[in-house]
Design a protein around this ligand. Structure first.
Ligand code: NAP
Length: 570
């Protein structure tokens, strides 16, 4: 590397979650001077923060763990098929300690600003502890769902009792026994939380704006014997995840939806509904993601299952989504969610009919046809989701060449090269960035792919004596157009969800204009494309050489050329 200006570190990784942990492992192994800056008091990212009761994987545990280390695979015992948050956090700590990575991490160090210095070619990071650090590469491992959002309801600050977002669930145990609890929101988080709270609280009122589809998780323990079998089959399991479009063990039913009879479809759905995990979503016919009629038939099937499980028919109908079909958003996985509404201590308030007027000192006031009504609560829980994908980037003051502000560049939605680099922001790498493959898959499976690619780029540059890497504007435009085009075949593009950038609590994201946040081509295609770019001397990326001269970027591949291959899904 050219060494006109010696940085404090060759690489700074921002974030010590699943991506940051593996990134620092790869950098340390490559002998590259690097450190991780983490804003929280410890590592773990999403599993450090989301401590709400019921939080657990929706991926099979043994497909979520890192695949790169036989030591880790041999020594860790997953105790449940879908492991709960405390165990997941223990796992990430086990990884960091077993691989001695903690000494490369600095906690309580939130990066407030990252500015590229045109004169030195270095990044200058402003850290919450007052320091300024320079580095040649900055790796953004910020998390996809790490910026929680609160509803803009009048009076929120006036409530006298405890009130928190699920992401900020207190670290000390919260007893809900004998309490009157309100939960606002019915997304994947609430759907995990509600059955657990229903069992503890004296009363639970759920405020639902739009219902979500959900299907049984069918969790179970993993015995020593089963774990031994899983260990023996890890190669096979990860190979299956690699072949799957979405990095899970579930593979689509390749029979055409219309090639089989309705009876055969119903028989498949009966079987999938009782299988663990995402089977009912991802082991289904591919047409459910793209064909309105096929999706409607499946949606009606799942609606009937809800009607069978919820005793009160009026409540059952309120829990069935009307504005989107099953599986066009990431499907929340549940354990007794629908049965929770059969309990005497649980009430469902449909706020599309009786909107929340305000939050008061003692509770929540709604306004309906019969006037206003105030319910009193001891605790209010906001399960109101995240400023997804780009939110974490927007909260850091990131400036690239010529002072260009990333937040401004991405105002109407992200544009990237391969989801890992941005034109105008040299040497800024995003192993699981917006528009990357890992944003729409079983996250660790995608994260390992992104981290490997970013690490290989850095080692390639070091070997070649290159200083800066930056994708060309045409290469970025081509990738972003490809990402947008992949949305067009999917019903998902019509859903108001975090996959399309919708969030009623964030300025500019409430109007429902689609933001192309994730790459929907599937992991096999994503791996092939990014591998092709690397093999082609990093086509689409311009480098500066040892003398500071610029080596122009070769043309990026034609990303749409193989797009006609059968569609993959989130
Ligand atoms: P979410 O899916 O975005 O759900 C947010 C919920 O809050 C929705 O029901 C939404 O209603 C409601 N809401 C938001 N603002 C509101 C307002 N102003 N007034 C009333 N209601 C409001 O967020 P999430 O449940 O946290 O899940 C996000 C993602 O996290 C999931 O899709 C999944 O990828 C991930 N996750 C994974 C797991 C796992 O199993 N591993 C668990 C939890 C979450 P509307 O639908 O009307 O907007």
């Amino acid at each position: 590397m050219p060494d006109g200006h010696a940085p404090d570190h060759e690489v700074v990784v921002i974030g010590a979650g699943v991506a940051g942990i593996y990134m620092i492992k790869r950098l340390v192994d490559a002998g590259i001077d690097a450190t991780v800056l983490e804003g929280e008091a410890d590592l773990g990212g999403t599993w450090y923060k989301n401590r709400y009761p019921g939080a657990r994987f929706d991926s099979e545990s043994y497909t979520y763990g890192y695949s790169f280390s036989k030591t880790l695979l041999d020594e860790w015992h997953w105790k449940e098929r879908f492991s709960p948050q405390p165990e997941n956090l223990r796992y990430l700590n086990f990884v960091a300690d077993r691989l001695d990575l903690r000494r490369h991490m600095q906690f309580d160090c939130r990066v407030l600003a990252a500015h590229f210095d045109d004169d030195t070619g270095l990044w200058r990071l402003h850290v919450s502890d007052g320091r300024t650090l320079t580095c040649r590469f900055v790796v953004m491992a910020l998390g996809l769902l790490s910026t929680p959002t609160l509803p803009r309801i009048p009076g929120r600050a006036s409530f006298k009792g405890p009130a928190f977002h699920t992401f900020h669930w207190p670290r000390e145990p919260v007893s809900l026994h004998g309490k009157r609890v309100a939960v606002i929101g019915t997304g994947a988080t609430a759907i995990q939380l509600i059955p657990v709270v229903a069992e503890q609280a004296a009363g639970l009122t759920v405020f639902q704006r739009r219902p979500n589809w959900a299907a049984p998780l069918n969790n179970s323990p993993i015995s020593e014997a089963e774990m031994a079998d899983i260990r023996a089959r890890y190669d096979e399991i990860f190979a299956a995840c690699e072949r799957s479009p979405y990095g899970f063990v579930h593979t689509p039913d390749r029979r055409g939806f219309y090639e089989v009879s309705r009876e055969e479809r119903l028989a498949l759905w009966d079987e999938l509904y009782d299988r663990p995990g995402f089977a009912i979503w991802l082991a289904n016919f591919l047409e459910i993601f793209s064909d309105e009629a096929a999706n409607a038939e499946l949606s009606e099937y799942v609606a009937d299952r809800i009607r069978q499980r919820v005793k009160d028919p009026v409540t059952a109908e309120k829990l069935i989504p009307r504005d989107h079909g099953f599986g066009v958003q990431r499907v929340p996985m549940e354990s007794g969610y629908f049965e929770a509404y059969n309990r005497d201590n649980v009430e469902l308030v449909d706020i599309s009919e009786t909107p929340i007027e305000c939050i008061t000192e003692h509770g929540i006031r709604t306004r309906g046809a019969e006037g206003t009504r105030e319910r009193e609560f001891d605790v209010i829980v906001y399960a109101t989701g995240f400023d997804a994908i780009t939110g974490a980037f927007d909260h850091v003051d990131i400036r690239g060449r010529d002072g260009q502000v990333l937040r401004d560049k991405w105002r109407d939605g992200p544009s990237t090269y391969l989801g890992m680099m941005v034109h105008g922001f040299p040497n800024m790498l995003m192993p699981n960035g917006p528009q990357s493959g890992s944003a729409s898959t079983n996250y660790p499976r995608g994260i390992e792919v992104g981290v490997d690619w970013c690490t290989n780029l850095i080692t390639h540059m070091r070997a070649a004596g290159f200083g800066l890497a930056e994708p060309s504007a045409p290469a970025e435009a081509a990738w972003s157009a490809h990402v947008a085009e992949m949305y067009q075949t999917l019903l998902m593009r019509k859903a108001k969800s975090w996959f399309t950038g919708y969030n009623s609590n964030v300025d500019g994201h409430e109007e429902g204009r689609v933001r192309y946040f994730v790459y929907n081509g599937g992991m096999p295609k994503y791996r092939a494309v990014i591998g092709q770019v690397a093999d082609g001397d990093y086509a689409g990326i311009a480098f500066t050489d040892a003398s500071g001269g610029t080596l122009a970027a070769a043309d990026a591949p034609d990303f749409n050329s193989r797009r006609r291959a059968r569609m993959a899904t989130p």
